[in-house]
Design a protein. Sequence first.
Length: 329
Amino acid sequence: MALYVHPRIQKALEQRQPVVALESTVITHGLPRPHNLELALELEATVRKAGAEPATIAVLDGRLQVGLSEDDLTRLATEDAAKASLWNVAALVQAGTTAGTTVATTLHAAQQAGIAVFATGGIGGVHHEAFDESADLHALARYRVVVVCAGAKSILNVTATKERLETLGVPILGYQSDFLAGFHTPLTDLPVSVRVDSPAEVAACYFAQGALGLPHALLVSQPVTPGIDADVLRGWLEQAHQEAHAQGLHGHAVTPFLLARLAECSDGQTVQVNRQLLVNNAHLAAHIATHIADHVTSQPASSTSPATSVPSQSEDAHPVPTSSATSST
């Protein structure tokens, strides 16, 4: 089976309990060791403390897995792993590879499993280099999942990313803000589609999206507090981009280089802010998932409304039988 749902997650979904999906490239390619494992455990603990069940998603030995054990998380954090996006995940699965999942692949797996809410840091988008765009954008246009983030990653062309999201029909909800979050900085000067001030409002938008038959994700933009001064960050970014250009870096080599240089230029401030916004987003996502689950639970089991037609939280979920394979808990 290509997709495996951990029994812990399968049980929570069957009982209509709130579940939050978490990506794993932040573990495999984000923070340095041992901080990556510390963060992975902290994110899961944050979701649980807020009343939801965490479902970290990854590819383990060629199996796309929804929900990991602590042993699984430790393995991802300590072993070398690939990065699984939608354009290569099938090949990685076929080859029996272990990989962290990007926003795009995590969205795919979350909807397949029936999870309605996903917490991440910053989404991928349009890069400054010509023709370089993240698969995250089209995944956001394809999978109806609430995605809690802090905006697009700082290294991107954020204005172009926002325009592309609008072209693709992806609504951007500003959480307690009228402007798009700036990832490392609290806010950009780009207005959002609509402002929401509570998890209940986000849940209402999610069900409205489903009732209208719109397939897109709902991107919830939550500003980080306090974040880094925008002018200071801009100086670091310009320096990093100039160095990448001078070294002739292109394609997939650019992003890790820029992130590493930002961490160096900031004396680790960007890493600290990234960690804080991930925890903040996991906390908010858990509360949104609770409101969605409460609404689904309050509906009659035989209801045929789009928002309650399956026992899981996501109305677009495809049934996934629990694998007979074992996993440590």
